[in-house]
Design a protein around this ligand. Structure first.
Ligand code: B12
Length: 214
């Protein structure tokens, strides 16, 4: 099967809400040498977006979206084993999480994976993270960056609180934001140091540029 068909098979497995088929097709694609980035963006994430659109059109229930999310996580774990299997000499560190109120973690997990593959030590605080927790962790590990992933636009104030607290506390960590509720404009409005762009790969590139590493 050509590489693009293998990626399509991953996407179809997520849309079919099959965890085993998602794992199998992801494994197949990895073994055939497909680009991990394409597996993530054009396979797993694209499948989930399609499921989300069906949910939005009321063709599926929320329980279906949860199964699709589980399938994506299973595929992501396989990619992670392949990409981050080797020991890393870390180039920089980042404290990552979703701000308080936002429970969506798939985008964050994908960014975490690509950051690890790019040489970052990632301190993943998970979802629904209180602003003060971001700050305490960044202080504790003397992080280079604080990264936040946001889908729920109603939680933008929580993201803004982190950006302000980071400055108030004189942290050396710079703030980088990403996820569908964010943009360059939002970054300017809430005082974040950078917007990471539409996808995880651009996010890693921006993160490196922000702290001057390659
Ligand atoms: C999966 C999903 C769920 C799952 C989440 C499972 C999980 N473990 O995450 C479940 C079913 C639990 C869920 C619940 C809810 N959801 Co929901 N969900 C989605 C769905 C279908 C996909 C989101 C997703 O994971 N996308 C895929 C990821 C990979 O994309 P991404 O987040 O954009 O991430 C990429 C980039 O943005 C970037 N990136 C992301 N973060 C960062 C961070 C940094 C630093 C950088 C550099 C880059 C970066 O890299 C990533 C990889 O490329 C969307 C609909 C859709 N079609 O998008 C709705 C959607 C996000 N959900 C929505 C809503 C309303 C809800 C609920 C309120 C529903 C309800 N009535 O209960 C709850 C909210 C719970 C909460 N408080 O958070 C709305 C949000 C509206 C809004 N903008 O505020 C959406 C848009 C659906 C809709 N059309 O209305 N949801």
């Amino acid at each position: 099967m050509p590489s693009n068909e293998k990626i399509t098979a991953i996407r179809n497995a997520v849309v079919a809400l099959s965890v085993p088929d998602t794992e199998k097709s992801t494994r197949d694609a990895l073994e055939s040498g497909a680009d991990p980035y394409e597996i993530i963006e054009d396979g797993l994430a694209a499948g989930l977006t399609e499921v989300g659109d069906k949910w939005f059109r009321k063709e599926l229930f929320i329980s279906h979206v949860l199964v699709a999310a589980k399938a994506v996580s299973a595929g992501q774990e396989l990619v992670e084993k392949k990409l981050v299997g080797k020991k890393h000499q870390y180039k920089a560190s980042i404290v990552l999480g979703t701000p308080k109120g936002d429970l969506h973690d798939i985008g964050k997990n994908l960014v975490a994976l690509m950051l690890k593959a790019g040489g970052f030590e990632v301190f993943d605080l998970g979802v629904d993270v209180d602003p003060q927790t971001f700050i305490e962790k960044a202080k504790e590990v003397d992080a280079d960056l604080i990264g936040m992933s946001l889908i729920m636009s109603v939680c933008l104030d929580q993201m803004e609180a982190v950006c302000h607290l980071a400055k108030e506390n004189g942290l050396r960590a710079k703030t980088i934001i990403g996820g569908p509720a964010t943009s360059d404009k939002v970054a300017g409005e809430i005082g974040a140091d950078a917007y990471g762009g539409f996808d995880a790969v651009t996010g890693v590139k921006t993160a490196k540029e922000l702290i001057g590493i390659s």
